[in-house]
Write a protein that binds this ligand. Structure first.
Ligand code: ADP
Length: 463
């Protein structure tokens, strides 16, 4: 799983995205709350200052400007700035500056507004104090104006005061965002983690996961199928090995038995030649078995066809097979005939095609037996298909056994097969060879009365 380990992590991406969004939201909330607090505090201090000015104006005893200034100057202003302005604009008293040095205040916006509306609140830069100041002014009936001022908090100063609380809130918000992001990620990822553990899709599966699950299921089924095939192949191999060993045992027993008799001098001298002949026969049948097993194992590996296909004249092959089997056919009283055009060319492996035909003709000779046995190798060809059939006038193959005779070691007539030196592998090789050439083989009832083995091959390999 090296690819997965070095690849992108969906869960990490999700976590980062969720965390980033939640943290951004928390920060935005903190900023909004701070701004709201600042705004509310400023508005509250506006109202408080206006109330203060109204209060002083309400309690101011009527009298001369000097009397009013004396009463006003006795008030405890503390941090606030108190100013009393006469009707002509002269500053009568200021709690934070020397009134006599101050210029005429009738042009100050809060004073002008207070004279117009009775009272006014104005925020302005004070040249006298050099700071941003909020003023609340109230005009008295005699034209005197009572003004109280308060230095406005700057936003930075306010933030400075608020920052520990805001920071703490922000930290808590970010922590909660992290925990929530992690929980959400785990929840979102859960169906993915459950995929493949069981054959059923996860309970809370996403619709988007269906194609992925379908693919996994397909591959699972393919794996099951190839597993079954592997098991079947392993079983077949085991069965084959068992059969080969079994087939080897009887000739070995015969050879061993007769050899012992001869070695120990128990056999009559006149039997020696007969025993030696029997040993030769058994050795011959063992050689045939070994040859067939080797051919089959080469066919299983596909190595025979690897040498490539070449043009092969099946008429020549058939004639060659008939010649090779001539002595046997004479011994069995069987005539072998080749029937077909002068030339039938197919693409294939000459050796394998000859072995295929040899097995069929050899069987035909062995099984039709008796006197007046007839075997016909018939060749036919058109643009697409080439057929080679081997007919005989023997007992034929029962319909129910026509598939099974192509299985390894399956015999219809066991004793006849053994008597005539059969290995039980001849037809398995025929079928394999036909298939290796892209063809098929099947059995029909011959017009001669016996079996007709029909091999059909594509005229051009790969057609
Ligand atoms: P074997 O070496 O026993 O002949 P094969 O694989 O060549 O093995 O054939 C399988 C079986 O098919 C034979 O045992 C035989 O019973 C049957 N068979 C094959 N060819 C013929 C034939 N021409 N006529 C009748 N039976 C046949």
């Amino acid at each position: 799983m090296a690819a997965a380990a070095s690849g992108k992590h969906l869960s990490r991406r999700l976590l980062i995205a969720l965390f980033a969004v939640s943290a951004a939201l928390s920060t935005a909330m903190a900023i909004a709350v701070t701004a709201m607090c600042y705004h509310t505090t400023e508005r509250d201090s506006d109202t408080a200052l206006a109330t203060q000015a109204e209060d002083i104006a309400g309690h101011m005893p009527a009298g001369t400007p000097e009397e009013e200034a004396a009463w006003f100057s006795a008030l405890p202003f503390g941090e606030m700035r108190g100013t009393l302005i006469a009707a002509d604009g002269t500053v009568l008293y200021d709690s934070q500056a020397d009134a006599s040095t101050m210029e005429n205040h009738n042009t100050r916006s809060e004073v002008v507004s207070a004279r117009e509306k009775g009272e006014a609140t104005v925020s302005r830069y004070s040249t006298t104090l050099g700071t941003d100041t909020l003023y609340a002014a109230v005009a008295l009936p005699d034209g005197t104006v009572v003004r109280v001022g308060e230095t406005r908090h700057s936003l930075t100063a306010f933030l400075g005061k608020m920052s520990p609380a805001v920071l703490a809130g922000l930290l808590v918000g970010v922590f909660i965002a992290f925990v929530v992001a992690q929980l959400l990620t785990r929840r979102i990822m859960k169906p993915f983690e459950e995929v493949g553990l069981v054959q059923q899709p996860p309970a809370d599966m996403y619709v988007e996961m269906q194609p992925l699950l379908d693919r996994i299921n397909e591959q699972r089924q393919e794996l099951v199928k190839s597993n079954q095939e592997l098991r079947r192949a392993a079983n077949a191999r085991r069965e084959f090995t068992g059969n080969v060993t079994h087939e080897m045992k009887s000739p070995l027993q015969v050879i061993g038995g007769y050899a012992e008799l001869m070695r120990d001098g128990i056999a009559n001298p006149e039997d020696y030649q007969r025993f030696a002949g029997l040993i030769c026969d058994e050795a011959q049948s063992m050689r045939a078995l070994v040859d067939d097993v080797l051919t089959l194992s080469h066919l299983d590996e596909g190595s025979i066809m690897e040498s490539g296909a070449e043009p092969v004249d099946l008429v020549q092959v058939a004639k060659h097979v008939a010649t090779r089997l001539h002595p046997k056919s004479i011994d069995n009283g069987v005539t072998v005939r080749v029937d077909g055009p002068a030339e039938v060319i197919v693409q294939g492996n000459a050796g394998l095609l000859e072995q295929m035909l040899y097995n069929l003709v050899d069987n035909a000779i062995r099984y039709c037996g008796g006197e007046r046995g007839q075997v016909v190798i018939r060749l036919r060809q058109n643009a697409d298909w080439t057929t080679v059939s081997v007919d005989d006038n023997g007992p034929g193959v029962p319909v129910e056994a026509r598939e099974r005779v192509f299985e390894r070691f399956y015999r219809v007539d066991v004793s006849r097969s053994r008597e005539t030196g059969g290995t039980g592998l001849g037809l398995a090789i025929v079928k394999h060879a036909a298939e290796a050439h892209g063809g098929t083989v099947h059995i029909e009832t011959s017009s001669l009365g016996g079996a007709s083995f029909v091999v059909t091959l594509p005229t051009h390999l790969g057609a």
